[in-house]
Design a protein around this ligand. Structure first.
Ligand code: COA
Length: 245
């Protein structure tokens, strides 16, 4: 793994929150010293770092270095090789996003992720509104940039967008459900479940053999809907924040 794979400055996060933010993927007890050295050299204010939840030695090393736990991500996986797309009854219309829909998708993301329990909102030193905007702008990038999401599905009810589901293609055989949200007023009516079914249909159509979904450990709705559709537990990661001042 190169240093850039291990840790890098995050321009998007830094611009949003107005402090110098770096991100590290899979910090371990073995590489933590180099990651911290990088942060010192670059005068990083906040390091956001993921760590595999089975790697307790690294968790302890990060705790000793003053990192604080912000959230836990779980990954679920579904094998699509023997899966046949399902049909279901709904008064909601599922379709691919169109450019005109983007402002509504951003608004759905904003209302969905307000007060979310992910790592940005969990950190009392980060502004909660800016944390919500991180998801709104991610949703916008999903709609506009195919390198962020290969497909965005929307749920439409009475001419209004009430939800969205972004899907990334990680490799020819693997797709990943990345970001999704359902408007608070449209919740608990199976809109998300419909996205799982329609998302799996699209993944099957492009020839993917497996689909990943990641969500917070505390996000029971996503885990329920996905396990009911045959997803199984795969792995999990902790997200830590380390402030240097
Ligand atoms: C998570 C979210 C997408 C669920 O959307 P939804 O359309 O209300 O979900 P559904 O109606 O399809 O429900 C799916 C399952 O979760 C359950 N569920 C819904 N909300 C729940 C909650 N708050 N707590 C526990 N279970 C919940 C439903 O009862 C259903 O299970 P069941 O069939 O066993 O009853 C929506 O709450 C949301 O946008 N949350 C904020 C953003 C988010 O978490 N995005 C996903 C992660 S990227």
């Amino acid at each position: 793994m190169t240093m850039t794979d291990l840790v890098s400055l995050s321009e998007i996060d830094s611009n949003r929150f107005g402090v110098n933010i770096a991100r590290s993927n899979l910090a371990t007890s073995g590489n933590l010293a180099s990651v911290l050295e990088f942060c010192k050299e670059k005068q990083v204010d906040l390091l956001i770092s993921r760590c595999g939840s089975t790697d307790i030695a690294s968790v302890h090393a990060m705790e000793k270095a003053g990192f604080l736990l912000m959230d836990t991500l779980v990954y679920l996986k579904k094998d699509l090789r023997d899966y046949s797309p399902q049909s279901f009854q709904s008064d909601v219309n599922y379709r691919t996003v169109k450019p005109d829909d983007i402002p509504q998708v951003v608004e759905v993301a904003r209302s969905s992720f307000s007060g979310y329990r992910g790592h940005y909102h969990a950190d009392p030193r980060l502004d909660a509104q800016k944390a919500t905007e991180a998801y709104a702008s991610w949703a916008e990038r999903c709609c506009e940039d195919p390198s962020v999401a290969a497909r965005v599905l929307v749920a439409e009810f009475q001419d209004e967008i009430v939800g969205f589901r972004a899907i990334r293609v990680n490799s020819p055989r693997q797709a990943e459900f990345i970001l999704a949200g359902v408007s608070p007023q449209a919740r608990n009516r199976g809109v998300y479940r419909g996205f799982v079914i329609e998302g799996l249909r699209w993944c099957k159509e492009i020839g993917a053999e497996e689909v990943l979904v990641s969500t917070l450990l505390v996000n029971t709705a996503v885990q329920k809907a996905c396990t009911q559709m045959g997803f199984g537990a795969h792995n999990s990661y902790y997200t830590f924040h380390k402030w240097f001042k």
